[in-house]
Design a protein around this ligand. Structure first.
Ligand code: PLP
Length: 476
């Protein structure tokens, strides 16, 4: 493809993307497909000769678009917002065009330094502790950030030997029974295993029970084990519960000061752009590391996780191996950051560019406006649930997430959610809270407005009435 052809097709691709955002709301949020349908529509063999690009682009409409789940539709209220935005998409395109490989400073000074810079901006934007400045790195996902935090913790507790000579069998890690599965996965990968990953029970609001935590740590110390890592969650996946980081850090200091405190704010962290929601980060200044996902609620294309450590030395010591071919004068002088030492892979994308675009396009005030509006929309949905005799909140709304159920019980709620999703007009997801089937309405889509919330609620009520009618017909 020549630059002239790229120019032409590139414009068509930009048009396709712009069109997509214009029509996405009008299509079913979920494609009506069974596993295997997509592969059955694809040719068995790759082409021997290259094809004209017009054909390939044409197949985007024919073969690709029908298999999309429309995460960017304002009628998507499942799981969590996974927002893109036009500035972010443009940043992503430019980064792809620039083809940077920012593994060390020298291989892309700008990818490295812009990253450090926007990470410092985020510290200010979210009101995070000043000591995170200069100590931030963009990871692909929160899962990777947690794994890195755990490896740094292992480095610290073993004085470096744990990463080089094998994992001692006495290390114990903690998180809550509501924490994301990525914490448990990190413990498995790091050789801690399920047996020494304590899932601390939670209170009636699904926050880590700090008394239970203190008892667990004490019991482990008495048993000759070495507590070394704890992950608190700010915004749990199921119900957006916010662990009390301050109390957790206090318990840790009291019981065993050596424990590394990591905070996983993957979903909820963005809320702290609004001063009124900064309480979610209360106590984060006592943590050793913290992460949140701009690729969830901050209008930045997947992937983009923002991760900070209090002291970068342990992280870098845990992950750095310096072969001759990566040796640079800038690294040896200590003047430059080589971000390859802050993550699992060697190679790294220029993710900071899209984040820089987003932060400059929206500005702090723009972000505050959107986040506050999303929470207001969630409040309005919560009010509708509360006002309807057949529905109830399973727990009070937290930030942008409403967890609710139908009063007719689990089977009814499940059937209701399936029926709603089958209409294609809305996509909701579920969880279980205290064993109870719970429908989650997660608000925060870039283009969501009050009319989408009203339509979602009307659809839910209408579907519930239909199920009730058909139940009573079959009873008769
Ligand atoms: N932690 C929490 C609290 C989450 O809600 C999620 C995603 O839902 C994750 C971690 C995993 O995020 P990622 O896909 O960035 O690894």
């Amino acid at each position: 493809m020549t630059p002239a052809e790229f120019r032409e097709f590139g414009k068509q691709v930009v048009d396709w993307i712009a069109d997509y955002y214009e029509w996405v709301e009008s299509r079913p949020v979920l494609p009506d497909l069974a596993p295997g349908d997509i592969r059955a529509s694809l040719p068995d063999d790759l082409p021997e000769l290259g094809e004209p690009f017009e054909h390939i682009l044409g197949d985007v409409d024919r073969l690709i678009e029908p298999g999309l789940t429309h995460w960017q539709s304002p009628r998507f209220m499942a799981y969590f917002p996974s927002n893109t935005s036009f500035p972010s998409i443009l940043g992503e395109m430019l980064a792809a065009g620039m083809g940077q490989q920012g593994m060390v400073w020298k291989t892309s000074p700008v990818a490295t330094e812009l990253e450090t810079h926007v990470m410092d901006w985020l510290v200010t934007l979210l009101g995070l502790p000043e000591h995170f400045k200069g100590n931030g790195v963009i990871q692909d996902t929160a899962s990777s950030a947690t794994l890195c935090a755990l490896l740094a913790a292992r480095e610290r507790i073993t004085g470096g030997t744990g990463n080089r000579e094998g994992v001692p069998s006495n290390l114990v890690a903690y998180t809550s029974d509501q924490a994301h599965s990525s914490i448990q996965k990190a413990a498995r990968i790091a050789g801690i295993g399920d047996e020494r990953m304590r899932l601390i029970p939670t209170d009636d609001q699904f926050r880590m029970d700090t008394r239970a935590l203190a008892s667990a740590i004490r019991a482990d110390l008495e048993g000759g084990l070495t507590p070394f890592f704890i992950c608190a969650t700010v915004g749990t996946t199921s119900s957006m519960a916010v662990d009390n980081v301050r109390d957790i850090a206090h318990v840790v200091r009291r019981e065993a000061a050596e424990i590394w405190v990591h905070v996983d704010a993957a979903m909820a962290g963005t809320a702290a752009v609004c001063p009124e929601y900064r309480w979610i980060h209360d106590g984060v200044e006592d943590a050793d590391s913290y992460c949140f996902n701009p690729h969830k609620w901050m209008f930045t294309n997947f992937d983009c996780n923002a991760f900070w450590v209090r002291d970068r030395k342990q992280l870098v010591d845990a992950l750095s191996i310096l072969p001759e071919y990566l040796r640079t004068a800038e690294h040896l002088s200590g003047a430059a950051i080589d971000y390859r030492d802050w993550q699992i892979p060697l190679g790294r994308r220029f993710r900071a560019l899209k984040l820089w675009f987003v932060l400059r396009h929206y500005g702090a005030a723009g972000l505050r406006h959107h986040i506050a509006e999303h929470v207001r929309l969630a409040e309005s949905f919560e009010a509708k649930v509360e006002a309807h005799q057949d529905f109830e909140l399973v727990i009070p709304r937290s930030l942008n997430l409403v967890c609710f159920a139908h009063r007719h019980g689990d089977a009814f709620s499940e059937a209701l959610m399936e029926a709603v999703n089958a209409t294609g007009q809305l996509y909701l997801s579920h969880t279980r809270l205290d064993e109870r089937y719970t429908i989650r309405c997660s608000i925060g889509g870039r283009d969501q407005e009050q009319r989408h919330i009203d339509a979602a609620w009307n659809l839910i009520v209408q579907q519930a009435v239909q199920i009730q009618r058909s139940d009573s017909r079959s009873d008769a």
